[in-house]
Design a protein around this ligand. Structure first.
Ligand code: TYC
Length: 101
């Protein structure tokens, strides 16, 4: 009596959700030099020459290209910094962000 050990019928589970990731998107324009786009991609997104060239040429041909995905804060900071790097040189280079599905 009073010494019955009961096992719980339900197990408490804490639901953990991963933060939604956000895409950084490179947008084509007619004025920014290709080489400058490559330089910005290498500097801000830690790409090598090959990766940066491919992303640049994809945006050039198709209008846009996904550069990378990050948490919201990081995506927005990198997109702003990369866009500002173009503006500092007088180019209309544009990076935007959008949440991943
Ligand atoms: N279209 C530009 C040119 O011909 C190069 C360029 C590529 C600019 C990609 C922006 O996101 C861009 N000089």
């Amino acid at each position: 009596m009073g010494n019955t050990v009961t096992t719980p019928k339900t197990k408490a589970r804490t639901k953990v959700e991963r933060p939604r990731l956000h895409k950084v998107i490179l947008v084509n324009d007619d004025y920014t030099p290709r080489e400058f786009v490559v330089t910005v991609l290498k500097a801000e997104f830690r790409m090598n020459e090959d990766q940066a060239y491919r992303v640049m040429i994809t945006a050039h041909k198709r209008g846009v290209c996904v550069v990378a995905v990050y948490t919201k804060d990081v995506a927005e900071t990198k997109a702003t910094r990369a866009t500002d790097a173009g503006r500092a040189k007088g180019y209309p280079l544009m990076f935007t962000t959008e949440p991943e599905e």
